[in-house]
Ligand binder design. Structure first.
Ligand code: GLU
Length: 444
């Protein structure tokens, strides 16, 4: 049995209770097999894979807070510091009822390779809580965030671990978390990214994940002799990634016809009204069903369904495992050309394999959505030099990074004889840098 298979088999036994983490590990390790086979003796001697799949540490803690009725409530907080071989731990905080150790470990594991692909000096980490900000008052969200940081502050820092946003964590939450960190630690430092513009945030950070996704998609299509202009695009989700994916897709001349949330989805044959979408989600914090009051010609359907809509390009921007085998079949039957992931691991392994086998250009989240964390790293640079760059400067850097990521994963896939397999390309290119740094730093 190969070293990779051995590690995977023992992980399957050890982490049977962590399905999302296992899924992320399977996807990465399977495609790394040829790379690892080339260096099998050295990697095995150094226990490189064993060290890669066990986080440096996991912090789990109680988060007590008081709701508006005066009742004490308790959530569980997590921070997984996975790997800091190439830079301080970096990754978002997810606030969603589905959060558990498996979800945070899968996200942290993905983040190692994603952050490496950005070419910037950031390690992999992730955190969050099963707290649900939906339907909570600002005061309740603040109470939660302050309690969360009252524990987390001991483990983070501008040169140590720099959390950021993710599902459920936006500018409001980052503000409350930053305020509490500063109060406890006393330092005004870039301990979080995605900060407000008045206290060290970066222009274009809010837009970065969605914009970056489209910069990469455009480069992918260009490489295959096509362009985004005139294409029909299906987007899932209606959060920060989806909103700015819609915006950039429209700026590049595509027509986006869907968005969704966890209750249902919108089909707008005339193209999504971006101003309405922003007002519903960013101002009112309402459900996507509200869109109908802005655009009566649109159709709202309860449940899942965006992948049944005929399109050229599909951009899953909601959450993990939202695009399954049957969805992939529907997309292929409708003639989809490209699927690029705005969310983390939205496509199941079976669905990914089906898309690739049917000639669909597929780029995984760790490459396609890396623009968010890349711009977070640019925010860290600005904080370190105590300067703020213009929107244009950050956006131009983001574009260069996304084009660079695509070229890098394309080249890595070709180097191993897997031309066009961007899953393998992303895993290989992301892994090589981290493995190299880990080996250079010795067994630690
Ligand atoms: N949560 C985002 C991600 O999945 C951004 C992380 C960050 O900016 O640190 O990459």
């Amino acid at each position: 049995m190969s070293y990779t298979k051995e590690i995977l088999a023992s992980a399957e036994r050890q982490y049977a209770d962590q399905p999302e983490f296992l899924q992320a590990m399977r996807e990465v390790l399977e495609s790394l097999e040829p790379v690892i086979a080339k260096n099998e003796e050295e990697y095995k001697k150094e226990a490189l894979l064993e060290r890669l799949i066990v986080p440096d540490r996991v912090v789990m803690f109680r988060v007590p807070w008081v709701d508006d009725q005066g009742n004490a409530r308790v959530n569980t907080g997590y921070r997984v510091q996975f790997n800091n071989a190439i830079g301080p731990y970096k990754g978002g905080l997810r606030l969603h009822p589905s959060v558990n150790l498996s979800v945070i470990k899968f996200l942290g594991f993905e983040q190692i390779f994603k952050n490496s692909l950005t070419g910037l000096p950031i390690g992999g980490g992730k955190g969050g809580s099963d707290f649900d900000p939906k339907g909570k008052s600002d005061r309740e969200v603040m109470a939660f965030c302050q309690s969360f940081m009252a524990e987390l502050w001991k483990y983070v820092g501008a040169d140590r671990d720099v959390p950021a946003g993710d599902i459920g964590t936006g500018a409001r939450e980052i503000g409350y978390l930053f305020g509490m960190y500063k109060k406890l630690n006393g330092n005004f430092e870039g301990v979080l990214t995605g900060k407000g513009l008045t206290y060290g945030g970066s222009l274009a950070r809010k837009e970065a994940t969605g914009y970056g996704l489209l910069y990469l998609t455009e480069e992918l299509l260009k490489t295959h002799g096509q362009k985004l202009a005139g294409k029909t695009v299906v987007v899932s989700g209606a959060g920060n990634v989806a909103i700015y994916a819609v915006e950039k897709a429209q700026q590049l001349g595509a027509k986006v016809v869907t968005v969704s949330d966890s209750n249902g989805w919108i089909y707008d044959p005339d193209g999504i009204d971006l101003a309405a979408l922003k007002e519903i989600k960013e101002v009112k914090r309402a459900r996507i069903k509200e869109y109908l009051s802005y655009r009566p010609n649109a159709v709202y359907t309860e449940g899942k369904g965006v992948w049944s809509v005929k399109c050229d390009v599909a951009l899953p921007c909601a959450t993990q495992n939202e695009l399954l085998l049957d969805d992939a079949k529907a997309l292929v039957a409708n003639g989809v050309t490209a699927v690029c992931e705005g969310a983390n691991m939205p496509t199941s392994i079976e669905a990914t394999k089906y898309l690739q086998a049917n000639g669909v250009l597929f780029v995984p989240g760790k490459a396609a959505n890396a623009g968010g964390v890349a711009t977070s790293a640019l925010e860290m640079s600005q904080n370190s030099e105590r300067l703020s760059w213009s929107f244009e400067e950050v956006d131009a850097k983001l574009k260069t990074i996304m084009v660079g990521i695509f070229r890098n994963i394309d080249a890595a896939a070709k180097r191993y004889g897997m031309d066009g397999n961007y899953v393998a390309g992303a895993n290989i290119a992301g892994f090589e840098k981290v493995a190299n740094a880990m080996l250079a730093q010795g067994v630690c």
